[in-house]
Design a protein around this ligand. Sequence first.
Ligand SMILES: Cc1cc2nc3c(=O)[nH]c(=O)nc-3n(C[C@H](O)[C@H](O)[C@H](O)COP(=O)(O)OP(=O)(O)OC[C@H]3O[C@@H](n4cnc5c(N)ncnc54)[C@H](O)[C@@H]3O)c2cc1C
Length: 489
Amino acid sequence: MNKRQEIKKFDVIVVGCGVAGLSAAVAAAEAGAKVAVLERSTFDERGGNTRYTEATLRMKNEQEVSGDFESLLVENSGYHVQPDFLASTVLDYENWPPLVRASSFTDPELISFFVESVPDVIAWLKQRGIRFGSTGFYGLIPRPSPRIAIAGGGLQLVETLTPFAEKLGVQFFYETTARDLIQSETGTVCGLIASNKFNQPIRFEGGPVILACGGFQGNAEMVVRYIGPKGRYLRPISRGGYYNKGEGIEMGLRAGAAPSGDFAEYHGQPIDPRSSASEPIVMVYPYGVLVNRQGLRFLDEAPGPIDSNYEEAVRTVAEQKKGIAFCILDDKINRIANWRRTVRTDQPPESAPDIRTLGKRLGFDGDAAQRTVDEYNRCCVEGNFNPETMDGLSTVGLTPPKSNYAVPLDTAPYHAYPITSANTFTFGGLKVNTNAQVVTQAGEALVGLYAAGETAGIYYGRYPGATSVLRGAVLGRRAGEHAAALIKG
Ligand SMILES: Cc1cc2nc3c(=O)[nH]c(=O)nc-3n(C[C@H](O)[C@H](O)[C@H](O)COP(=O)(O)OP(=O)(O)OC[C@H]3O[C@@H](n4cnc5c(N)ncnc54)[C@H](O)[C@@H]3O)c2cc1C
């Protein structure tokens, strides 16, 4: 061992101080453990994605999750899973074949545990000072399923739980990045090696490690490695995501963890690339058309409620040349009184008397876009336009069709927003059981290692919106409780 290495001793070592890490730290400290929290950022920037989230929660009220919460998790829990693997999940977990326990799908048992734990974790957070309230929405039509939110968003959670944890004796180490796990001769995880901002090593020894350090959205190499070449164009949706560079997932995989969650996917949102604001979303495109740099349409802009469709749409935007598209509107947009509710970018749309000029200014083929809009206009038919419902006003004879809000774009000045796909968080992570223990490729719990929040992979395909903060709280709290019990045991 390097003689100059600093050594610190703790019962439980938590990596990351977003919702998952703070929930873990509080739960472990309340159970009597001496807890360290390692955080790569400065104190002022702490909290990763949690710091920036509005923290909407897919719930009817503080006691009940939304009706589609569980079914969406189940629908997005894996691909083409072998029927006999699924059949064996009706047995008690201990009797599942190890191959099944290590398989890349979200265990039904974990989904049930997650769903059932939500009301209890809300009550637990309330007892620790977190307040909840209602939330608005960015579209013009209500979301298909209800939401509540943390009052003051994730920032309130970070600012409330940090001093709460400190009062319990939790010690925070900022500008300290976890790099490598320490395992005993029997394989138990019993600490980790971190580095300070000068890249000097620090050993944290003594107890279990809880990896709550986000996904890999802030690591350009991992994003391209797993998500593919379009990953070049996916920037984190806010500053916090840049801190999540995937070390937690890599450390776990190196130690033999089974991967879980969709490594090829991410939670995408349409944003204005000209903006430096957090979450500068642009959700107005259903009322116009989307063209790529070649000036061509490539999808149905309004197949259904935007809340259920924007993720698939923006992933398609990421596949266009340079990962960018342009939302073209005409001046009739200003007849929709509250259309600005659909955008959160701090940049105004580019406006011009004609579409060709918009193309020159924003970098798309304006001549081709004009031809695209002419064809679209020819395929619009008479009908009742209503931006506040799915009006069914569809194009006729156009490929791809536009299934709602199809009115001609014919009134100057024209307006356009550039749109790229943000990477809110990545889906690929470590497989965990209902104790938030990391599961190995051999299907056994990796003793001493836990994962919570984005580091624990549970989503495949489409993200069931407004469930990720809850994932962090539920798994983080469970990890903290179990890790504290482990050291006592
Ligand atoms: C703008 C925005 C809006 C969102 N809206 C919603 C929403 O409405 N509802 C919802 O449920 N979800 C939403 N999400 C997603 C949700 O906020 C996050 O997925 C969740 O908060 C992640 O929590 P976490 O604790 O797993 O990770 P994070 O909150 O990202 O925390 C991870 C922490 O680990 C630290 N870290 C990373 N690597 C290391 C390392 N090697 N060593 C030490 N520290 C490290 C990071 O600096 C960070 O502080 C949103 C996210 C964003 C960014």
